[in-house]
Design a protein around this ligand. Structure first.
Ligand code: NAP
Length: 316
């Protein structure tokens, strides 16, 4: 008797599906590939799902489901589904290329603020030769990274190599060369009070939602610049605007928003001290994403343990 051909379901917005269908088909020609919303398929035949934000309830309808592979590092889109089948391993996307893109974005915005690039762009627009403002010394500009995981660690190491004094905050204590480690809620205030530039690269969980708020902003030194590359749900946007307008915070760079796309009516768009990008900090490589999922499937099929499995109780 020949073995049943396994089926992988790709559940992404239809207009994006072609990004992944070719790399998946190339990397795993032995799998049958179905695209949710495009192809007819039998739910009883689905073995694996590759997705980012699957429609709520979709995943509970696959009795043979063996693993779900997230196309993103953040899995809050899966955690938001009360019907997520908790007995099925959820594997998140971890890849050096993703961490590198994120670290680049973070370094770019730390340096843009530190070197006062916006000031000089304004001067250029006015044809003014303004050499007046001395940059703060690098050695005196402490950068605090909320979340010292895959991405936060790489970003902290890159900034450390540029001579910024580095701090990192995580749930558990870390030992990263040149990065002072702060752990748990008990050390959050001490960490924040020493962050002249604050970067958020935490996963969005019930513990971290709205962690960037009026209360935590007050714990930051006056003049801190905030960079949020994690999720919009980490930030209370009104509190940020109030803290900048009061003069306490120097400004912010935001890649993620509570509502995406950011509505045209949002006051964030026109704020002179806020830089906005449309959730593009990491332009993930579809080839790498497909390969991570296929590697996971190969592990399962050869009886080896999966890696980067999400702890559903922790939420990341
Ligand atoms: P990760 O490796 O899981 O790291 C998460 C870090 O956050 C860990 O250091 C963890 O501490 C810490 N953490 C989690 N909950 C905490 C809590 N309650 N208190 C203190 N620390 C806590 O995740 P990652 O791969 O670096 O990704 C981080 C996030 O970046 C993703 O979840 C996603 O939301 C975001 N992201 C955004 C984009 C974008 O395009 N803007 C792209 C990719 C990812 P422990 O190490 O002690 O567990």
């Amino acid at each position: 008797m020949t073995a049943r051909q396994k089926t992988l379901l790709l559940a992404v917005p239809i207009n994006w599906a072609s990004l992944w269908t070719t790399p998946i088909a190339q990397a795993a020609p032995h799998l049958k590939l179905a695209v949710h919303g495009r192809d007819a398929y039998d739910p009883g035949e689905i073995d694996y799902v590759v997705s980012f934000r699957p429609p709520p309830g979709l995943l509970k309808g696959f009795p043979k489901l063996q693993a779900v592979f997230s196309l993103g590092a953040g899995v809050d889109g899966f955690m938001a589904d009360p019907d997520f089948p908790k007995h099925v391993p959820l594997v998140r996307f971890v890849h050096r290329s993703l961490s590198r893109e994120m670290a680049q974005y973070i370094v770019l915005h730390v340096l843009t603020f530190h070197r006062q690039q916006r000031y000089f762009e304004t001067a250029q627009a006015e044809r003014k030769w303004r050499q007046t403002i001395p940059p703060r010394k690098t050695e005196d500009t402490r950068v605090g990274v909320l979340g010292l995981g895959e991405i936060g660690t790489m970003a902290a190491e890159r900034l450390r190599d540029l001579d910024f004094p580095m701090l990192g905050w995580s749930r558990t204590r870390k030992d990263v060369k040149g990065v002072r480690s702060f752990a748990g809620l008990g050390e959050l205030e001490t960490f924040l009070s020493q962050s002249d530039i604050l970067v958020c690269v935490l996963p969005l969980t019930s513990d971290t939602r709205h962690i960037l708020n009026a209360k935590t902003f007050k714990m930051l030194p006056a003049g801190t610049y905030v960079i949020n590359v994690a999720r919009g749900g980490h930030l209370k946007e009104d509190d940020l605007i109030a803290a900048i307008d009061s003069g306490h915070l120097a400004g912010a760079a935001l890649d993620v928003f509570e509502t995406e796309p950011l509505p045209e009516t949002s006051p964030l768009w026109a704020h002179p001290k806020i830089s906005i990008t449309p959730h593009i900090a990491a332009l993930s490589d579809p080839q790498a994403m497909a390969q991570v999922a296929i590697d996971g499937i190969e592990r399962l099929e050869s009886g080896r343990p999966l890696v980067n499995v999400v702890d559903l109780a922790r939420g990341y």
